[in-house]
Design a binder for this molecule. Structure first.
Ligand SMILES: [Zn+2]
Length: 234
């Protein structure tokens, strides 16, 4: 899948924690990569609070989760993972964080950006959306438009050789208003393998696969990754 210049179409998945990108979009990444897309992940926090194990130090956990995320990305066909290493659980909407995300958009020039739906506070009346997810989603939306597009935002990027960039499509997972489905049934095993690469986060494979399959399958036996898609007016 290439654009008008013959360049492979590119997607950047921007997630709060190690494993969020795989929950949200590993199936789509695997499927579209087979069609010629190039996928990249950007993980915004260091994942240092994601454990109930009292024995492991935050420093050790950061190292472990980074390796797990690289392995998961490799399984899903993602070309590279970038880490911002902001502190887990303490993400704030700051000019600095916005600049970090804009820098990666300008560097990678994705056609499509995937992220958390920042408008979701409660999901399916069952979950409170984690504040790091909401913050990452909102910063990403603002980075896509207008910040990465306009050269007077973060003008120092030009000195680093980075050009402004227009993203064409935004896909948000965890949305209460999905309008675009990707049927990932044929790559479901790949998604499981990617998720289960996060060994510090999951128990037994059989238990997780059984639990997730029951929850994720629709009436027709398909598994969908559902997004709210925004096609940006050019
Ligand atoms: Zn998360």
């Amino acid at each position: 899948m290439t654009d008008d210049d013959g360049r492979a179409r590119r997607a950047l998945v921007i997630a709060a924690h190690p494993d969020d990108a795989d929950f949200g979009a590993a199936g789509t990444a695997a499927l579209w990569s087979r069609e010629g897309w190039e996928f990249y992940y950007l993980v915004c926090t260091d994942g240092s609070k994601g454990t109930d194990n009292l024995e492991v130090s935050p420093f050790e956990l950061i190292r472990i989760r980074r390796e797990e995320q690289r392995e998961a990305a490799r399984v899903a066909g993602v070309k590279e993972v970038f880490f911002l290493d902001n502190e887990d659980g303490e993400l704030q909407y700051t000019r600095d964080f916005l600049g970090q995300v804009v820098r990666h958009i300008r560097m990678l020039k994705p056609d499509a950006v995937f992220t958390h739906d920042p408008t979701t506070l409660f999901h399916r009346e069952q979950f409170i959306n984690h504040p790091d997810h909401r913050c990452t989603g909102l910063v990403t939306v603002d980075a896509v438009y207008p910040t990465a597009r306009d050269h007077l935002n973060f003008p120092t990027h030009a000195a680093e050789g980075l050009e402004t960039h227009k993203v064409l499509e935004l896909y948000c997972w965890g949305s209460n208003e999905p309008n675009f489905d990707v049927d990932i049934s044929e790559v479901l095993d790949v998604k499981f393998d990617a998720l289960l690469s996060h060994r510090s986060q999951f128990g037994q494979r059989e238990d997780f696969v059984k639990f997730a399959t029951e929850r994720w399958k629709d009436e027709e036996g398909r598994v969908l990754e559902r997004f709210r898609r925004v096609t940006l007016f050019r």
